[in-house]
Design a protein around this ligand. Structure first.
Ligand SMILES: O=C(O)CCC(=O)C(=O)O
Length: 287
């Protein structure tokens, strides 16, 4: 972590584009190796992909689902964050809530002491049907979360969404208005919508809100039933792609500089130019 002249901290973000298989313990061990590798390169905000401990598919979610209180993944993630001495946005895992027995697609977030500081349950379920290309109905086995998530860190506030959540501009807009400097999305787009929309949506959320946006995918496994697009990407507040990758297992790094973000916001001062006399400020309509 470094401090700039006007006292903004710069954080080094790492997106771990993990190879994910059917063995949960092996997925957790692989995540740990890569989280520690990212930390050894100076990353202090590390992100894992959507569904990093299980194959991605509606049939797998109930099978792999675990309680956040009793399951092995939260324990493993907490230890990773602590040993890495970094904030960890722990991708997502199929979560079984023991109180209602429902299954959620859940991201857990840890501080560098390994404490669980936030939980985001995917609020927009991925239910699409593109004839001849892809049909996916998360709602067959998952339940949607009921709240948006903003996490306080020593670098500033960060908004968290999961994959399909990125298609909806409002959560990013609300996060920006509530002072978040970044939206982070663990995600797993596919071979149809990946090339079409993965980068476009990140750039759209970034340019509209003049904030950092990053999305972290699993690596592509052509032997799996779901072929992830990969291409984990970090976009700057001007809507520029700062760093990206291909479909293979890798780690994508970038420095997120709040001073630069604020400079950019001053040069194109959208925040002072909004016409809330003509349209609603959605951040004021949040329950
Ligand atoms: O929005 C898309 O095209 C893909 C979304 C997705 O894969 C997901 O929500 O897991």
């Amino acid at each position: 972590m470094t401090s700039t002249a006007n006292n903004h901290k710069t954080c080094k973000l790492a997106l771990v584009q993990l190879a994910v298989g059917a063995d949960k313990d092996a997925n957790l061990a692989n995540a740990r190796t890569h989280v520690l590798e990212a930390a050894s390169k100076g990353a202090n905000l590390i992100v894992l992909p959507e569904c990093f401990n299980s194959p991605y598919g509606t049939n797998y979610f109930p099978e792999y689902a675990e309680s956040l209180k009793e399951g092995p993944s939260v324990k493993a993630l907490s230890a990773m964050a602590k040993d890495a001495k970094a904030y960890l946005i722990g991708g997502s895992i199929p979560e079984r809530d023991l109180t209602d027995d429902k299954v959620y697609n859940t991201c857990t977030v840890y501080n560098p002491e390994g404490e669980l500081i936030a939980t985001h349950r995917k609020v927009h379920l991925f239910d699409i049907d593109v004839p001849g290309k892809i049909r996916f109905q998360e709602s067959e086995t998952l339940t949607a979360g009921k709240q948006l998530t903003h996490v306080d860190t020593e670098f500033g506030k960060i908004g968290v969404g999961i994959c399909y959540d990125i298609r909806f501009p409002e959560p990013a807009m609300i996060a920006a208005r509530k002072g978040c400097f970044a939206m982070i999305y663990p995600g797993a787009f596919n071979m149809t919508t990946g090339p079409l929309h993965w980068e476009l949506l990140q750039r759209a959320r970034a340019v509209d809100n003049q904030m950092y946006v990053a999305a972290c995918s699993p690596a592509r496994d052509v032997s799996a039933s779901y072929h992830a697009w990969g291409h984990s990407t970090i976009v700057g507040p001007a809507g520029d792609v700062i760093q990206t990758t291909d479909e293979k297992q890798s780690i994508v790094y970038a420095d997120l500089d709040l001073a630069k973000m604020n400079e950019f916001r001053q040069s194109i001062p959208l925040n002072n130019q909004r016409r809330f006399d003509l349209y609603v400020d959605v951040s004021k309509t949040q329950p």
